[in-house]
Ligand binder design. Structure first.
Ligand SMILES: N[C@@H](CCC(=O)N[C@@H](CS)C(=O)NCC(=O)O)C(=O)O
Length: 201
């Protein structure tokens, strides 16, 4: 069955997760990357906070990058990029994408806000040190989990690796991943993938 997909995004933002998943799934899609998109009324029709990514898939609106990625993979089960619903592996997929986003990514994002995004009067520099403690706690867990296998869920690349991999690539680019050799080698192997669109710098 063919699917009609429009993705709203920009560059290396979290929408890159969705572009990478779409590429792995070999799904054609319309990509909407326009100046002034974030915060626009046009995007607010699709995302209540007018953030990216948002997607229209077969006429239905979806936001949150990991939800978009997982749903797209569910649409093409024959490619086996996501474990089937109801399996333990699917539970582990949910576990690790939630873990990466809530235990690492949210703190990376908070650091960016407190360093540069918020207006000066909202920035709390002390938060950054606290955030870094949380980030390292999360990275340590991921480093240990990945020491047992090539990919998060075992021997096969899954969309889980796209979602968690985006978080880890951001950690690397933020300079907080240097003490985790397994995360560095995992990140390198993901960046080599043909369909990967993450920023390798
Ligand atoms: N948890 C959301 C985060 C969405 C998000 O914060 N997107 C950023 C770009 S990567 C954005 O649109 N930021 C604009 C803003 O915060 O106003 C997801 O994974 O989709």
């Amino acid at each position: 069955m063919s699917h009609i997909v429009s993705l709203y995004g920009s560059g290396g933002a979290r929408s890159a997760r969705c572009r990478w998943a779409l590429n792995e799934l070999q799904l054609e899609y319309e990509y909407v990357d326009e100046p002034g998109l974030i915060g626009s009324e046009k995007l607010r029709q699709l995302h209540p906070q007018s953030k990216i990514p948002a997607a229209v898939i077969n006429g239905a609106v979806l936001f949150e990058s990991s939800a978009i990625c997982s749903y797209l993979c569910d649409l093409k089960p024959e490619l086996s990029l996501i474990p089937l619903p109801g399996t333990l592996k699917r539970g582990l997929h949910d576990q690790w994408i939630s873990f990466a986003q809530s235990e690492v990514e949210a703190y990376l994002w908070s650091n960016v806000k407190h360093r540069s995004l918020y207006p000066e009067e909202r920035r709390v520099p002390d938060v950054i040190e606290q955030n870094n403690i949380e980030i390292h706690s999360g990275l340590k867990v991921l480093n240990t989990a990945l020491s047992k296998s090539d990919y998060i869920l075992g021997d096969e690349f899954q969309v889980t690796d796209i979602i968690v991999g985006w978080t880890l690539n951001w950690a690397r680019r933020s300079g907080v991943m240097n003490d985790y050799p397994r995360l560095i080698s995992y990140n390198k192997s993901l960046l080599k993938r043909k369909h990967c669109v993450l920023n390798s710098e």
